[in-house]
Design a protein around this ligand. Structure first.
Ligand SMILES: C[S@@+](CC[C@H](N)C(=O)[O-])C[C@H]1O[C@@H](n2cnc3c(N)ncnc32)[C@H](O)[C@@H]1O
Length: 277
């Protein structure tokens, strides 16, 4: 986005916030009316810019969650469906290989995919990771979850829930649970939010976290343990290894790679120590 466009969007957002309380209410209550999408996006943009300037990570996170919960996030699933074929079945499939290797010696009872989107990654994992009994796709966007319930109605291995992961995961994790995210999901949590998401899960015996997330190209993971806002979406770049190690998790697999402008990290970490350490 050019500087001029950014400024126009910011102005439209600021004005929209004051002049259209009904639109603000739709954003805050996560309504999918399909109306005023551009205005809603401009308001969210103005809010996230303000939160970033004020260093208010809680509001930054809320704004990101509101974007995905409201109809402002719906287009994504149509526009970026190719990611499954080109990215997940491409360079990111290595992460599933790692989970499969881990399962040679360890059992996983359930897999929770946070931010499952259109459910294709979860469907693939259910076909391949046959030792896992339950597969839950969780997404804050109710529209995509409704679509998944219809699309996968005949696949009884899959279960879909529309909730904010921050509330749902701590209540529903348990021993032998794999928490999985693909394609940029944890980037919508602040560092505090991530700690809250991980806290209870990481205490579970035999629990696992596997993720594929984007990072700020400038984030120096060797020397900087903190999370930062980055990119056009004002999302968060996290130092996953440092965060997981604080929870006494053991990183078993870690790999970074660049795809176009995106710096990706893949990681798998477990509550149990790998045998050879
Ligand atoms: C960039 S999309 C990735 C979707 C999918 N994993 C893929 O790669 O196609 C991010 C997804 O995370 C979901 N999401 C964002 N914040 C969430 C939260 N707090 N709880 C559950 N889902 C969330 C969004 O609704 C969206 O579907």
């Amino acid at each position: 986005m050019s500087l001029l466009k950014k400024q126009a969007k910011l102005l439209a957002g600021r004005l929209g916030e004051t002049l259209f309380p009904r639109v603000v209410e739709e954003i805050e209550t996560g309504q999918h009316s399909g109306r005023d999408l551009r205005l809603k996006r401009a308001i969210l943009y103005a809010r996230s810019q303000r939160a970033k300037k004020q260093g208010d990570d809680q509001t930054s996170q809320n704004t990101l969650h509101q974007f995905w919960k409201t109809d402002t996030g719906n287009d994504f699933y149509m526009l970026y469906g190719h990611r499954f074929q080109d990215w997940f079945l491409g360079p990111h499939l290595k992460l599933v290989d790692q989970i499969e290797d881990y399962m040679q010696d360890n059992s996983i009872d359930q897999m929770i995919e946070v931010g499952c989107g259109d459910g294709r990654v979860l469907e693939y994992c259910a076909k391949r990771l046959t030792g896992i009994k339950r597969f839950t796709g969780l997404d804050i966007n109710p529209m995509i979850i409704d679509a998944n319930k219809t699309r996968y109605a005949d696949n009884h291995a899959l279960n879909f829930v529309s909730e904010n992961a921050q509330d749902w995961v701590p209540e529903n994790t348990g021993p032998g649970t794999l928490l999985f995210t693909y394609g940029g999901v944890l980037e919508y949590f602040s560092q505090r939010g991530l700690n809250r998401l991980f806290q209870r899960h990481t205490q579970q015996h035999g629990s696992v976290i596997a993720l594929v997330e984007p990072l700020d190209p400038e984030h120096d993971l060797q020397n900087d343990p903190d999370s930062h806002i980055f990119g056009q979406e004002n999302s968060f770049s996290h130092n996953y290894k440092r965060i997981l190690e604080k929870f006494d998790y053991h990183v078993r697999f870690e790999e970074e790679h660049q795809m176009g402008p995106i710096r990706w990290i893949m990681m798998m970490a477990t509550n149990s120590k790998p045998r050879n350490t």
